[in-house]
Write a protein that binds this ligand. Sequence first.
Ligand code: SF4
Length: 334
Amino acid sequence: MINTSVISEELRLKSVDLINQRVLITNFNNSTQKNDFTLPPNCEGYGRIRHFKRGITNEKWIANPLPIDPVSKALSLDSADLIKAQVFQLASCNWRCWYCFVPYNLLSANPQYAGWLSAEEMIDFYMNLEERPKVIDLTGGQPDLAPEWVLWLIKELEIRNLADEVYLWSDDNLSNDYFFRYLTEADRDYISKYKNYSRVCCFKGFNEESFEFNTSASRDLFKSQFYHFERLFSIGLDLYCYTTFTSPNVKGIGRDIAFFMDELQKIHENLPLRTIPLEVQIFSTVSPRIKSIHEEAIKVQYTAMEKWREELQRRFSSTMLEKNIADVPMRRIN
Ligand code: SF4
């Protein structure tokens, strides 16, 4: 079982250089992760192009409009089913989800697979691309082990006059309070007022059992995810959610999905409409980790998805269900 608070502090120390304002970024050149890429790594190995697709791979699942719709709305782009993003990946994560498409050796701040980059160096790499995507995606790993990263990137985008033409998108696994612990109120205010930035927060499961099974962290942290999300929401960040529904147990699943949606709606009644369940699929990195219990868990996610759909139908009007995710009213401005 992962001791999340201890491992988070250890990884933070190895992943952020406050004096020089740098973070430890994965270099894909010697990684097996690059075997799953459509295009080779770029930025001397420190970056990659990600194709975010809306497409449905399976009729049992739903489309994924993230980050396509928020970006298209903010930058006044035509509606699309695919958007490219320039990805930089923090070389650390405090959890070990069995379905993670990142090899575990790229999640432990291992200098063999990573190097230190400042925001200035990342934007230099970005500016040197022949074809620059409209989105920069700060992913991981858990980017919020270094919450300064988003702040430094925003400031660099402003310095380069890119704030109106580039959309910044970042992930958060809702595992810690570092955004509040290590940033000042002024820093948080700066980020929340920056118009072309959104964060997608990932709920790992729909109950304590599925959370623990998915992350290898203590089941007590399942409810902490809602707490961390609510704090981010309270300062006016533009937020979206992912969730995964893999679970070792199908018993009581209808009740537990309803409870999960109740908890989301305690934060905001429309939050389920800004939440996209992700279909867990087996990439080449993941397949060696798969045992029979994981195969069963993959089947359970489809039952959970049916229950999720039923709950959405029960709680929202067809007008609300058909809304573009970027138009679902939710943002709170204090
Ligand atoms: S929290 Fe995200 S990056 Fe970390 S192991 Fe899970 S899926 Fe991978």
